[in-house]
Design a protein around this ligand. Structure first.
Ligand code: C2E
Ligand code: CA
Ligand code: CA
Length: 600
């Protein structure tokens, strides 16, 4: 090549026309010059490019490609010098061991002369991992591959940002548990998977009891800490395949993906409730909260995630209402909305039409063998549906607020009945059930007082049964109302004891006269030592606190004997007598050995 090269002004001149006028040799020189300059330019461009660029020799038979050139970008991405890299195999791309399949695939593509593109995790010289977008393209000349060009882009920060955004979109910021969106997603997938493998899954929806109260009393900061602690305990109960999500507020969802039968699911639900029952310590405060769980199973209770969610939700509501802790979906939970709506409308007229009736169940005094007390239980004699038990309408009445009107009516009737019996020479005490709603009523003590006066009934003849859970729904307020009633001389009883979460210390503070052991423990006594132990403990505890104990749900003679042996004061149940109408009760009392002698 000649040393006599044209000066660089060629670049600025229209050389294509001037080329016409020069001879062939000069033209050749000029073209070479142009090519060199272009290559130089290209080289600079390649070096300053933001991404890493490498040129590899082609794979020839068994010999794999080798790095022939790398730009500055490539060196800085990997933290290696050019000398360390030149002549190396594609191993310098640093694809991590766990992505060996991708590294293999890269070689495969090169040997098969196909372009390759992948997102990989790679290791730099200092060992740190980076996320790369890696692309390999063959360069052809006359049909033959002469080289490969690799483009390497560092996408670590983009990818991390993406992962973070995705995480934020799918998780709850407070507890870092999966959120509602992720639950839906995972539940859908779990259902698909269970359908394929013919296995089952369980969806548990959980709502904390009394969380609002905690928030109102101690503030949101306190509530937040409590929610985190709950999340922590829940996570600890679950295996890796299960999932717990926070749906917002104090609502959580749990998906048990392992094939399980309902018995195992029940054990799990109980375990969850147990861990939450252990007191929480927040900012030095000891707190007791409980929870209600609704359960829907795939495929038994629904074939898709939406149905499962709806049914678990309704079951959760039922669990809360009944204070059962956990409840599985039942068909009669389904809000047959039209039917329920018509029930609400009909209930408003039921009072005017006198469709409610009172039934009375004897409470047997175990030591004397006498019945001088009855529990008043409401029934709705519905013109089309027949005699409805309280479970069919009391919850709806509570939701619509109609329960107050019904309770007022019931108190009036029960006291009128009490007066009639006394007039007939039968001094029977009546116990009425009041719901949580009634207990919140400021006017309740005044109302009761007015009615006692109206029917000239001694307050000691009236007992009010309040479930443990209604008291615990708002303990401070319940305590105030109950104290007023007690100071009037009205007797008070804690109903369904053992199903709620009140502590024994609470019991000591309550102005109550009687504890009613929930029937689930009483019926369980004959088959379960644990239930017998609970009954025994409650009896001893109540006696230590100077309270009477009534066992409900006595269904056979053995239980009756056992209760007498344990020193229980009162017993109530089908074995003694079913709830009876007023007329039936009078007949029962006069015919039964346990009855009073009635002067007629
Ligand atoms: P509760 O206060 O626990 O009433 C006892 C329930 O157990 C009654 O059901 C009674 O019929 C039933 N029972 C009695 N003996 C036995 C037995 O040996 N075995 C079994 N398995 N059950 C027995 P009922 O009448 O269906 O009442 C259900 C619940 O409805 C009551 O539970 C009470 O919480 C509520 N309730 C009843 N009347 C009223 C009312 O006037 N007002 C309010 N707010 N609630 C009421
Ligand atoms: Ca009761
Ligand atoms: Ca009860």
């Amino acid at each position: 090549m000649s040393d006599e090269l044209p000066d660089s002004s060629w670049f600025h001149t229209d050389w294509t026309t001037s080329v016409e006028s020069i001879d062939a040799r000069e033209r050749e020189l000029l073209e070479q010059r142009v090519q060199t300059e272009q290559l130089k330019l290209l080289g600079t461009a390649v070096h300053v490019a933001g991404q890493g660029i490498a040129i590899l020799t082609p794979a020839v038979e068994a010999v794999g490609p080798r790095i022939a050139f790398v730009n500055d970008g490539f060196c800085s991405i990997y933290g290696r010098s050019r000398e360390e890299v030149i002549g190396q195999t594609p191993e310098v791309f640093g694809i991590v061991e766990r992505q060996a399949a991708i590294a293999d695939s890269l070689l495969h593509h090169v040997f098969e002369r196909r372009p390759f593109e992948a997102e990989v995790t790679a290791r730099r010289k200092d060992g740190t991992e980076i996320e790369l977008d890696l692309q390999l393209v063959p360069v052809h000349d006359a049909g033959e591959i002469t080289h490969w060009v690799a483009f390497v882009r560092d996408v670590t920060s983009v990818k991390h940002q993406f992962v973070m955004l995705r995480h934020q979109a799918m998780h709850d910021a407070l507890t870092d548990l999966p959120n509602r969106t992720m639950l839906f997603d995972r539940l859908d997938r779990a259902v698909d998977e269970a359908r394929r493998s013919r296995s089952s899954i369980a969806l548990l929806l959980m709502d904390l009891d009394r969380f609002k109260e905690v928030n109102d009393t101690f503030g949101h900061h306190f509530g937040d800490i409590l929610l985190k602690a709950v999340a922590f305990r829940l996570k600890n109960q679950l295996s890796l395949n299960d999932m717990v999500a926070r749906l917002g507020g104090d609502e959580f969802a749990i998906v048990l993906a392992e094939a399980m039968d309902s018995r195992q699911v029940a054990v799990m639900a109980r375990r969850i409730l147990n861990t939450l029952q252990q007191p929480f310590v927040v900012d030095g405060q000891v707190l007791e909260i409980g929870a209600s769980i609704g359960i829907a199973l795939y495929p038994a209770h629904g074939n898709d995630s939406r149905t499962l969610l709806r049914r678990a939700d309704v079951a959760m509501y039922a669990a809360k209402q009944s204070q059962a802790g956990y409840t599985f979906h039942k068909d009669d939970h389904e809000p047959k909305s039209a039917e329920q709506l018509s029930l609400v409308v009909e209930m408003r007229h039921a009072l005017e039409r006198n469709e409610f009736e009172l039934y009375y169940q004897p409470k047997l005094h175990l030591r004397s063998g006498l019945v001088t007390r009855v529990e008043v239980l409401i029934r709705w004699n519905h013109p089309q549906r027949g005699l409805l038990p309280p479970g069919a309408f009391v919850p709806i009445a509570e939701r619509t607020g109609l329960i107050r009107t019904i309770s007022d009516w019931l108190l009036d009737r029960a006291l009128r009945q009490c007066r009639e019996w006394q007039d007939a020479g039968a001094p029977i005490h009546v116990a009425v059930n009041l719901s949580a709603k009634s207990l919140q009523e400021q006017m309740l003590p005044t109302k009761v007082d007015d009615l006692l006066k109206k029917w000239k009934v001694d307050p000691r003849f009236l007992k009010i049964e309040i479930t443990e859970s209604s008291i615990m729904a708002d303990p401070a307020h319940a305590l105030a109302i109950m104290s007023m009633l007690q100071s009037m001389g009205v007797r008070l009883s804690v109903d369904d004891f053992g199903t709620g979460y009140s502590s024994l210390t609470h019991l000591r503070e309550l102005p109550i006269d009687e504890i009613k052991i929930d029937k689930s423990f009483v019926t369980g006594m004959m088959n379960s030592d644990a239930d017998t132990a609970i009954v025994r403990t409650v009896i001893d505890l109540a006696h230590n606190l100077g309270k009477q104990v009534c066992a409900e749900g006595v269904e056979d003679e053995k239980v009756w004997r056992k209760l007498r042996e344990l020193g229980c004061d009162l017993a109530q149940g089908y074995w003694i007598s079913k709830p009876l109408s007023a007329t039936e009760l009078i007949r029962w009392l006069s015919e039964n050995a346990w009855g009073l002698t009635i002067q007629r």
